[in-house]
Design a protein around this ligand. Structure first.
Ligand code: AKG
Ligand code: FE2
Length: 201
């Protein structure tokens, strides 16, 4: 099955499962729409989902001992957003979310980009960056590489991959990110989180 069919299957399977997203702080889990306003669905592990899990592990072939967390889709309507946060929890010495795939399952929307305020904007005048990144063309040089803040455009079928932990097992500060507010339409994301050794000393 190709990627686009897999993603529409994942979306269809989410339809009867949407529930308000929660945030967890310490041992408390609650709905806090000012922090995270969306709905999530825990996706059943059918053959399509197992295939996505397999491909996600294979993509990270250099890492042994990866465990893929149960896949979740996330739906944002107008005003939906997720404030800046890290995906790693730092809660365990043994294991943590070592990496993230943020997949745009559906993105018939304005706004809704995934923003990394602590990453430097590459020079969007070069290469293909401007296809994937939002930027303000401020001044004659445009995105001249000195500006902090990178926003990935939500483009259906695309995915952003990043590593959350460095080799010493500590969380990368640069992975601080947000799902920016959706201004029009709807965005559906798929979170694929890989767990591995946190190796904290
Ligand atoms: O929706 C996004 O762009 C980001 C979502 C996110 O960061 C998350 O679910 O952890
Ligand atoms: Fe996140």
């Amino acid at each position: 099955m190709n990627s686009s069919k897999s993603l529409s299957s994942v979306k269809t399977c989410s339809e009867d499962k949407w529930a308000a997203s929660t945030v967890t702080s310490g041992t408390e889990t609650s709905i806090q729409k000012d922090i995270r306003f969306s709905e999530v669905a825990l996706v059943d592990r059918d053959d399509v989902v197992r295939c996505i899990e397999h491909r996600s592990r294979a993509f990270q072939g250099w890492r042994p001992d990866l465990h893929i967390e149960r896949l979740r889709t996330q739906r944002y309507g107008v005003g939906g957003h997720y404030k800046h946060h890290y995906d790693w929890s730092g809660g365990s010495r043994e294991a943590d979310r070592v990496s993230t795939f943020m997949v745009y399952v559906d993105a018939d929307c304005e706004g809704g980009g995934t923003e990394f305020p602590r990453i430097k904007m590459p020079n969007v005048e070069k290469g293909r960056w401007c296809e994937f990144l939002e930027y303000e063309k401020n001044g004659p040089e445009g995105g001249n590489g000195n500006d902090f803040g990178v926003t990935f455009k939500p483009i259906k079928g695309n995915a952003v991959f990043w590593e959350n932990l460095g080799p010493d097992g500590r969380g990368y500060e640069q992975t601080f990110h947000a799902g920016l507010p959706v201004l029009r339409g709807e965005k559906v994301g798929l979170n694929i989180w890989s767990w591995g050794p946190a190796r904290r000393t």
